[in-house]
Ligand binder design. Structure first.
Ligand code: FAD
Ligand code: NAD
Length: 331
């Protein structure tokens, strides 16, 4: 069976790895320059800045086992951080918070090893032919013909890809809401004198602030803070320029910490589909219609762990389908 996976975020990679472990090949397409999706780090002249997922938690046993393997391989480490709710300074719920080392994108690079990943390729059209599913790229070029598809792009992007060829799944994707997030890497001239490394502001435009270099294995980073706007603020100001957002959120940060540090640079990134608030909580972990499956955090729950579980569940379903088919052929 020729299988195409659209998206090399944690869901697509977890699916690709599970298929490979069962001896099933797949081809993975991602429009980004490298794998990782929302768990990515931006390379800058100041070092790699984690502008997407900040950390992840492992609550499910199977995911915990995968995390243990990644820890043994040296790709993941616990981040001994105790975030405060600010300005009240109450401790947030204690949890084991994990990060990839030496940057968040390292986990995706590790998972992508040995997989057939086509980076920088955007799937723009899917058509159903008698012989299978045909994928076309941005310029109308054919990307190949496949027997089964697994889509792991965020819900709105999956919805638009499936509107024509598979309206039933497109309608399911439309039911999942995804909120935006403006993220800013604030590079400072010298270390900030505050007694916390991460915080959840309880009011105002910011929802999360963290000192990047407090994560393990980032010894060469200068003083960089990641600032995330709340979903409400991001939504209201989604079309602002990155420069305007950088200035506004760094001012909000100086008000929060009651200091005005010297700023070297502000690097802002707009995530249009950041947080799967309205995830479908699909208990089997994936959506399916004929030979098309959907997976991703928006199908299960809006976290790295949810994305990983969803991709793996979809891969298992594909493996079962293969076994059913070969049983039928054999009979
Ligand atoms: P994605 O990572 O979005 O992967 C989908 C991939 O599909 C992308 O790589 C994209 O390039 C590709 N794609 C889309 N359309 C196409 C197309 N047409 N053709 C080819 N490729 C395509 N989670 C946590 O657990 N903890 C956190 O602290 C946390 N913080 C976050 C902070 C931010 C700012 C953001 C944005 C997210 C955060 N998350 C966090 C959520 C977490 O990042 C996601 O749940 C998880 O990474 C989603 O993985 P995914 O594979 O489902 O989707
Ligand atoms: P979670 O959302 O359950 O929260 C993780 C920890 O943060 C918990 O200890 C929780 O008590 C605390 N916390 C979260 N928001 C808080 C707040 N406003 N005030 C006080 N404490 C707060 O954990 P998770 O589901 O593993 O997600 C990890 C983190 O990723 C969360 O903080 C979540 O908000 C964030 N996230 C951000 C985006 C984004 O777009 N910025 C997207 C997805 C997830």
């Amino acid at each position: 069976m020729r299988i195409a996976i659209i998206g090399a975020g944690i869901a697509g990679l977890s699916a690709g790895r599970a298929l490979q472990a069962a001896g099933v090949e797949s081809m993975i397409f991602d429009k980004g320059r490298g794998p990782g999706g929302r768990m990515v780090s931006k390379r800058t002249e100041y070092g790699a800045i984690d502008l997407g997922a900040q950390y992840f938690t492992a609550r499910d046993g199977e995911f915990r086992a995968a995390v243990d393997e990644w820890e043994s391989a040296g790709v993941v480490a616990p981040w001994p951080v105790s975030p405060l709710v600010l300005p009240e300074r109450q401790p947030a719920r204690p949890e084991t918070r994990l990060v990839a080392v030496p940057r968040m994108s390292a986990l995706a690079r590790y998972l992508a090893e040995g997989l057939d990943l086509q980076s920088g390729i955007q799937v723009s059209e899917i058509t159903r032919e008698l012989s299978g599913w045909v994928l076309n790229g941005r310029h109308g070029e054919s990307l190949g013909e496949f027997d089964a598809l697994l889509l792991t792009a965020p819900a709105p992007q999956t919805q638009s890809l499936l509107a024509e060829p598979c309206p039933r799944l497109a309608a399911r994707a439309a039911a999942s809401t995804m909120q935006p997030c403006w993220s800013v890497g604030l590079v400072l001239e010298r270390p900030l004198e505050v007694d916390f490394d991460a915080g959840f502001p309880s009011s105002g435009p910011l929802g999360w602030v963290a000192r990047s270099g407090s994560r393990p294995d980032r010894p060469h980073l200068p003083e960089i803070w990641t600032l995330h706007a709340t979903a409400a603020w991001s939504e209201a100001n989604i079309e602002w320029s990155p420069e305007a957002v950088g200035e506004y959120l760094s001012t909000a940060f100086t008000e929060l910490i009651r200091q005005t540090p010297a700023v070297t640079a502000r690097i802002a990134h707009r995530w249009r589909f950041a947080r799967a608030r309205g995830a479908l909580a699909e208990s089997v972990g994936y959506l399916e219609h004929e030979d098309v499956l959907c997976a991703g955090d928006w199908v299960t729950d809006g976290r790295v762990e949810g994305a990983w579980r969803s991709g793996r569940a979809a891969a298992r379903r594909l493996i079962n389908r293969l076994m059913e088919r070969s049983g039928q052929d054999g009979g």
